[in-house]
Ligand binder design. Structure first.
Ligand SMILES: Cc1cc2nc3c(=O)[nH]c(=O)nc-3n(C[C@H](O)[C@H](O)[C@H](O)COP(=O)(O)OP(=O)(O)OC[C@H]3O[C@@H](n4cnc5c(N)ncnc54)[C@H](O)[C@@H]3O)c2cc1C
Length: 380
């Protein structure tokens, strides 16, 4: 039961920025404030570790943040459900089941939605990487089926970004490990990456070269400058008309903003993401904040990536507290260059920052250390 005589802070989505908010209010509670977290998934996936889960380096539970425990520690109500709309005049968020959730201050960290509108059959036949809670059991089922003699053998990843590159290499590593030497010789898996505009767009040319070399060395066919338009149970059709044999298609292509944003009346950028001021308040409504992939700071746009969602976390916590205490908020300028770590299936990775890029086991150890430190911070 919520005590409505107190101020209500409602957090929607248990994304990377909101876990910092939960931590900050657990460490330093605010009197007269009640906090509610509305989340689709009480165990929030940390997708940076997902390729490691696919490769078999991590168990699934090692890649999930226990939001319930975090909420208990912070004295926060957790409601399991999805927000589908906002009545800004009456200051209420609507849940998918129709119930309203009143707020004084609202914060949104709901991530992206996969955009497969242009790939026919994707909903029925693809393994969509997001939401991770649906992807993980599908991947585990695929690994189990792959050991059978009539199981899937032709594995395809669609999407040339870091996620697509990491996932096809991780899938190869895991499935190769599941076969004996004799099976590998007689009944081999084949792997294809359909990379759209190219490998690792937005990364420095040296990182792209290293990734291409890693894919080629591991026998993965790379299709660049072509996109998937149809996924069928045993083939994928490309825009050029070419067909690729496929028994399993892992899709991590374009992302889009959640569709329900369109009816909130909040200003959005050209791609539909919430438009923010440098204070992380929405342009339209100063009582509504947002962070992570679902929003764009109009003056300082940055790539949609976990790095920026994580960096915004402590800032968002400070801004929410400041706003609830009716203080003037400082604008936040995100960093420009950032470290990117792309894992290569086995315990090796490409590290890049600015124009620098290098690969090796040391880069994987670095990524593993960063990821585990993040998870320990919130799961301990
Ligand atoms: C395979 C893969 C590997 C990646 N590796 C990296 C990496 O190494 N480094 C990196 O920087 N980035 C990486 N990324 C990108 C990174 O995962 C995202 O940028 C990051 O998760 C964005 O965080 P977020 O807080 O915006 O949203 P998310 O982490 O997506 O969290 C949003 C949460 O909100 C919940 N939610 C959604 N809609 C609603 C709703 N309507 N109501 C209530 N709850 C809702 C979701 O269930 C989810 O738990 C990777 C992505 C993938 C797919």
């Amino acid at each position: 039961m919520r005590n409505m005589s107190r101020k209500q802070l409602v957090l929607v989505g248990g994304g990377h920025a909101h876990v910092f908010v939960l931590e900050a209010f657990a460490r330093r509670p605010m009197s007269g404030l009640e906090i509610t977290l509305l989340t689709k998934e009480p165990m929030a996936p940390y997708s940076g570790m997902l390729p490691g889960f696919v490769a078999g380096h991590y168990r699934l539970d090692e890649c999930l943040i226990d939001l319930k425990r975090l909420c208990d520690a912070a004295g926060v109500h957790l409601i399991e459900g999805a927000a589908v709309g906002i009545d800004r005049e009456k200051r209420r968020v609507f849940l998918a089941n129709g119930s309203p959730l009143p707020y004084d201050v609202l914060s949104l960290d709901v991530g992206i939605t996969p955009d497969v509108d242009e790939i026919a059959g994707a909903d029925a036949h693809a393994l969509l990487v997001k939401p991770v809670s649906l992807f993980a059991p599908k991947w585990q089922a695929l690994v189990a089926r792959a050991t059978a003699s009539d199981g899937p053998r032709r594995i395809v990843a669609i999407g040339g970004g870091a996620a697509g590159v990491e996932l096809i290499l991780a899938a190869r590593y895991r499935l190769t490990a599941s076969q004996t030497w004799e099976q590998r010789r007689q009944d081999p898996f084949t792997y294809t990456l359909i990379a759209g505009t190219g490998i690792l767009p937005g990364h420095p040319p040296r990182a792209q070269r290293l990734a291409r070399a890693a894919l080629t060395e591991r026998g993965i066919d790379v299709v660049e400058h072509d996109t998937a338009v149809e996924i069928a149970p045993h083939h994928i059709r490309l825009r050029s008309g070419r067909q690729i044999a496929s028994d399993a298609a892992i899709v991590s292509t374009k992302a889009k903003a959640p569709a329900w944003f369109a009816d909130t009346g909040l200003a959005r950028d050209a791609a539909g993401y919430l438009a923010l001021r440098p204070t992380l308040q929405t342009l339209t409504d100063e009582d509504i904040f947002a962070a992570g992939d679902c929003a764009t700071v109009i003056e300082h746009p940055r790539p949609k990536s976990g790095v920026f969602a994580v960096r915004q976390g402590p800032i968002l916590a400070r801004q929410l507290r400041g706003h609830l205490e009716t203080r003037l908020l400082d604008p936040f300028v995100p960093q420009g260059a950032y470290l990117s770590l792309v894992s290569l299936g086995e315990k090796s990775a490409i590290a890049s920052r600015g124009s620098f890029a290098a690969a090796g086991h040391w880069a994987w150890l670095w990524k593993d250390w960063i990821d585990r430190r993040f998870m320990n911070r919130f799961n301990r």
